[in-house]
Design a protein around this ligand. Structure first.
Ligand code: HEM
Length: 334
């Protein structure tokens, strides 16, 4: 990406990390501010998309999925719910969409202000995901919580979280993608993570928390699909361990090794929650925590892949670009 994009023409052409060798003139300060803004906006997008996974989970787990029985109105005659708990829960989740819209617009504006085409492109994709998610949420209601549509709704949220992480990483202007064993393993880890997430949504579709007492189930055997989901988790953890060992053996930058180690810790915690919820009859608090864990895993596995693929960030100098290690960047931006 970034290295093929034309250099920004404005003062935004200076590095997002603003080189320490460049004198802190007044013209570079606004650039730094714009980069801080896009970084904050990207963080807000990550957090907001994770929060809506949890609040969407609350709708499903309190059987409030059809608290508003139609869409885009809540009832056939009103945009607001009648005064009952399920309606209020579902309606509150719908209202959160507006918070996401506001954050998405802020992110696009912040990306535009940097003058960087790579950031604009990712921010626009992220913003387009919000109306797509609103429509998919509507289809979910109109199909009486069809489990495959509910699964698609969850998957799209996960994809938006991954995209928000990509945006955050690109602010630091990563170097061109690398190849090698570490990168192959990072891709395998990312792919395995997606398989686990997809199979998790299939388990949910077979399970008892449909979002409404009358909602259809996907008809698969919960025991068998849970087994498949857990098998995929073992694969995911196996390749993640392989990745960590490989990064250490190849003496990859500390930030990449740290990211892979963090992913393993999050996977272990999520697996414990998964097993405990399974053996305790799926209490809603644990299922909600498992949904939160899934969102955090989607973010972390993307972060790992990006760190391994682009282990350095570049900073622009009058004479060209000079690679700089992650750790040096972290020290500087701290
Ligand atoms: C890294 C590890 C794991 C990840 C990333 C993960 C991810 C997911 C996801 C994304 C869902 C779907 C949530 C939804 O659609 O609302 C799910 C559901 C589920 N997972 Fe996992 N999972 C992991 C480990 C496990 C383990 C080890 C078990 C043990 C059997 C497990 C059991 C379940 C069950 C039973 C459900 C269905 C919950 C329901 O009925 O709503 N998970 N998981």
């Amino acid at each position: 990406m970034s290295h093929t994009d034309p250099a920004p023409t404005s003062s935004a052409a200076s590095s997002p990390t603003s080189s320490p060798t460049s004198s802190p003139t007044s013209s570079t300060e606004p650039v730094d501010r714009r980069l801080v803004q896009i970084r904050v906006a990207a963080w807000a997008s990550i957090v907001a998309n994770i929060v809506i996974v949890v609040t969407g989970g609350a709708v499903r787990l309190t059987a409030s999925g059809l608290g508003c029985p139609t869409w885009p109105r809540c009832t056939s005659t009103s945009f607001t719910p009648e005064a009952h708990l399920h309606g209020i829960i579902e309606f509150s989740n719908r209202m959160l969409t507006y918070v996401l819209v506001a954050i998405a617009i802020w992110t696009v504006v912040a990306a535009w202000r940097t003058g960087r085409r790579d950031l604009k492109r990712v921010a626009v994709w992220l913003a387009l995901g919000i109306p797509a998610q609103a429509v998919l949420g509507g289809i979910t209601v109109l199909t009486d919580l069809n489990p495959w549509i509910v699964a698609g709704h969850m998957i799209l949220s996960m994809a938006l979280i991954c995209t928000a992480v990509l945006l955050l990483q690109r602010v630091a202007r990563p170097t061109p993608a690398r190849g090698g064993a570490g990168v192959v393993l990072a891709w395998l880890t990312f792919a395995a993570g997606w398989i686990v997430i997809y199979l998790g949504t299939v388990v949910t579709g077979a399970g008892p928390h449909a979002g409404d007492a009358d909602a259809p189930r996907n008809g698969l055997d919960p025991l068998q699909v849970s087994q498949l989901h857990a098998d995929a988790v073992f694969l995911f953890i196996g390749v993640s361990v392989g990745l960590l060992v490989c990064l250490v053996a190849l003496r990859q930058p500390r930030a990449a090794v740290r990211a892979a180690a963090v992913l393993l810790v999050v996977e272990a915690a999520q697996s414990v929650i998964g097993f405990v919820q399974y053996f305790t009859g799926l209490p809603i608090v644990l299922v909600g925590a498992h949904m939160l864990g899934s969102a955090v895993i989607a973010a972390t596995m993307t972060w790992v892949l990006l760190h391994v693929r682009h282990p350095e960030v570049t900073t622009q100098h009058p004479g060209g670009e000079r690679p700089q290690s992650d750790d040096a960047l972290a020290t500087r931006s701290a």
